[in-house]
Design a protein around this ligand. Structure first.
Ligand code: OAD
Length: 267
């Protein structure tokens, strides 16, 4: 990380000047909490889609073919989410939100995530746009009625909804539309944003992968924070190579130093 101290400084200056910031996150942000990512260019072998076939686990067709398998898979995944804690990268984003919104306005910061794990909220982020839904809410396949995870009983797989349907997680599966409200909030945030940060995402899954380009076309500076190179690395205004659990806290610390304000206490 020492290698990119100069770049951190540059991006920290942009954060001090920015009127409205959008941060897009992906699975890499939760990696240091202990959650596996989906793809891993370093081929450590832990990435979910190198061990499992997304077409058998994350599509409506898969759920219709084998609801027990798909329900067990999401049950396993939320058990994993519950076992882990937000890491310093999550906390830094929560701190950045508090700092920017107190300094400017509630619209000065939007966190858009592809993650369904809820770790941003647990790390102190308040306004989180969940582009791929959440594993913490489930809904009836028949009525569409939603229930918090705590109200779903997993003593049998698949889980009957009680209304003639089954319970499925409120996550976006391949081939499904993204939640309309999340898309609208993202678009509005991109419209006003003058600084866009892409953090811990492979930038390969659409439409999230295109948001950086939309932001750039609307005049925002663009930044990537990633352990590895991605398709956008050569196209952003600044690339900060490294793990988000180290880069994000360093970036937020430096931003506050440059702005000369004391840290805001955790709430
Ligand atoms: P990926 O697993 O595709 O990419 C994770 C990215 O994070 C990669 O570029 C890694 O190199 C990087 N990375 C890993 N550890 C990191 C760390 N500690 N700090 C910074 N970067 C790190 O995850 P996403 O881009 O989020 O969708 O995947 C997008 C979507 O594909 C997911 O939401 C999911 C998946 O299929 C659905 O299930 C619909």
């Amino acid at each position: 990380m020492a290698d990119c101290a100069g770049e951190i400084d540059r991006v920290a200056r942009w954060l001090c000047e920015a009127k409205s910031v959008v941060v897009l996150t992906g699975a890499g942000v939760s990696a240091e909490s202990g959650l596996a990512t989906f793809r891993d260019p370093s081929e450590h072998g832990d990435a979910l889609w190198s061990k499992y076939d997304p077409m058998e686990l994350a599509t409506i067709g898969a759920f219709e073919r084998d609801p027990e398998l798909v329900t067990r898979w999401y049950h396993w995944r939320f058990t994993k989410c519950a076992e882990v804690e937000p890491n310093p990268g999550h906390h830094a984003l929560g701190e950045l939100e508090r700092w920017l919104t107190q300094r400017r306005s509630p619209e000065a910061f939007t966190l858009v995530t592809q993650n369904i794990d809820g770790l941003h909220q647990r790390g102190g982020s308040r306004r989180v746009v969940e582009l791929h839904g959440t594993i913490h809410t489930w809904r009836c396949t028949k009525t569409g009625r939603e229930r918090p995870l705590a109200d779903v009983s997993f003593d049998r797989f698949p889980v009957a909804s009680g209304h003639g349907g089954m319970m499925r997680p409120c996550v976006v599966w391949f081939g499904e539309a993204l939640p309309e409200e999340a898309l609208a909030l993202t678009d509005a945030a991109l419209e006003r944003c003058d600084l866009f940060l892409s953090v811990g995402t492979s930038s390969t899954v659409q439409p999230a992968a295109s948001l950086v380009e939309v932001a750039r076309q609307r005049g925002a500076k663009t930044v990537e924070i990633n352990r590895d190179a991605t398709p956008i690395t050569d196209h952003v205004d600044a690339a900060l190579p490294g793990v988000s659990g180290e880069i994000l806290p360093a970036l937020v610390r430096r931003t506050k130093e440059l702005a000369g304000t004391p840290p805001i206490a955790d709430t």
